[in-house]
Write a protein that binds this ligand. Structure first.
Ligand code: NAG
Ligand code: NAG
Ligand code: NAG
Ligand code: NAG
Ligand code: NAG
Ligand code: NAG
Ligand code: NAG
Length: 355
């Protein structure tokens, strides 16, 4: 006895379902300029007219017998009727932003159903910085700008293809007329080089629009600075050492040249005077004689200090107590053996040595 009312309820419910008009999809988001499509179907065979309304304005009428009655080139319908299922697909061509509204399928005397149409706009998305180079473990700041979207786009980031946590970026949106501009700033500690993508999406887009940059991570600046500093210091020191070395070599060379020319002169003079002495003087050789130039070298080391070493052996040959010639004497009378006026000292010298 309990089964009968239940069966009646089920039958009523079933009948109600059967008699209903179905409108699909309930919610449609399309991009501006594309077509919006809705299916309206019913199983009840006794229908006559199906009307389509956009924002409660009649835009299309379909007769069960004659098909589409009002034909506007922006609104049309396609017959998808199969056995026991009367189905018509309503098409709004080239949808405009201001056509976001309710879409109604009204089957006269049976039922009406409402769906929502949202016409959307996909604008541009750009990571404004372009490819970036940042320092390792320093915060990298990357800006993404999405312009001219409707509604405001959902901006997200990926880091080498992995979604970035919302903690790491900010988002702000401003209206620009009937459209929206959204900007996002991503801040991350850059660990390693990565491909960074900013994605903007509205429901009407099957795939988000995106902008990709390559973030190149370079080592921390302290290391780099020290390396550069060390390199600079080393090269400066090297150059300085080189310059000093060159200066030193030039200096030594000049000195040696001067010494050797002086030594040559002395040697020449000495040879000459020895030859003269052996020719012109009778008697024993003057063992104590030394050319004045050489004497001078020994007598005046401050002026020729470098030359002493070369002739020091000769200088030490002879005891030097009595010779005190002056510079002037030497110039005037370079060869004491040849005679000439000479100074008192020279004469003394000769007297002393000839004995
Ligand atoms: C409407 O129904 C037909 C046939 O079942 C199908 O091909 C079409 O994609 C449907 N259209 C929409 C907007 O669901
Ligand atoms: C719609 O399609 C069905 C099945 O093909 C057909 O029987 C019916 O006549 C069509 N309706 C109109 C108005 O063309
Ligand atoms: C909707 O927008 C289109 C194009 O933007 C324009 O031509 C049309 O007049 C607008 N309709 C209304 C009702 O504002
Ligand atoms: C819908 O219609 C109402 C009045 O009929 C109008 O004020 C409104 O702007 C319309 N909306 C759209 C999206 O066309
Ligand atoms: C960024 O780098 C990639 C690969 O290194 C290159 O293909 C691309 O052209 C670069 N983009 C810009 C804006 O320089
Ligand atoms: C985002 O920031 C959190 C800390 O707030 C961090 O744990 C996470 O690794 C960051 N996400 C990415 C992708 O780096
Ligand atoms: C950064 O690098 C270190 C080791 O170099 C690693 O342990 C850490 O997980 C990395 N962090 C991120 C966010 O990739």
């Amino acid at each position: 006895m309990d089964i009968l009312p239940l069966a009646l309820i089920l039958l009523a419910a079933f009948g109600g379902v059967i008699n209903q008009v179905h409108l699909e999809p309930k919610y449609a988001a399309v991009l501006r300029g594309s077509d919006a499509r809705f299916n309206c179907s019913l199983s009840q065979p006794d229908w006559v007219v199906m009307s389509w309304l956009l924002n409660n304005s009649l835009v299309l009428t379909i007769s069960k017998v004659h098909g589409v009655l009002e034909n506007n080139n922006r609104f049309n319908a396609t017959n998808y009727t199969t056995d026991g299922d009367y189905k018509w697909e309503f098409v709004l061509k080239n949808s405009q932003l201001n056509e976001s509204s309710e879409v109604t399928c009204a089957v006269q005397n049976i039922d009406r159903k409402i769906a929502i149409l949202t016409v959307q706009e996909s604008g541009s998305v750009t990571i404004t910085s372009g490819n970036l180079t940042v320092v390792r473990n320093q915060p990298a700041t990357i800006h993404c700008r999405a312009l001219n979207w409707f509604p405001a786009p959902n901006l997200t980031w990926t880091w080498d293809g992995m979604p970035v946590s919302e903690d790491n970026y900010s988002i702000s949106t401003v209206a620009a007329g009937e459209l929206f501009n959204t900007v996002s700033t991503l801040r991350l500690l850059a660990n390693s080089s990565a491909r960074v993508e900013c994605q903007a999406k509205v429901p009407a887009l099957a795939e988000p629009e995106s902008s990709t940059i390559f973030l190149t991570v370079v080592p921390e600046p302290p290391e780099q600075d020290q390396t550069v500093l060390i390199a600079v210091v080393v090269s400066v020191v090297a150059v300085a050492v080189l310059v000093l070395l060159i200066i030193g070599i030039i200096f030594c060379y000049r000195r040696r040249a001067a010494e050797s020319s002086y030594a040559d002169e002395v040697r020449k003079k000495r040879t000459l005077s020895e030859a003269n002495a052996s020719e012109g003087v009778q008697g024993r050789e003057n063992m104590a004689y030394l050319p004045d130039g050489r004497k001078q070298a020994v007598a005046d080391p401050s002026e020729f200090n470098g030359s002493v070493s070369a002739d020091s052996a000769h200088a030490s040959e002879m005891p030097d107590a009595i010779f005190t010639s002056t510079h002037a004497a030497q110039e005037q009378n370079p060869s004491p053996v040849m005679g000439g006026p000479g100074t008192l000292e020279n004469r003394k010298h000769r007297l002393a040595t000839i004995v």
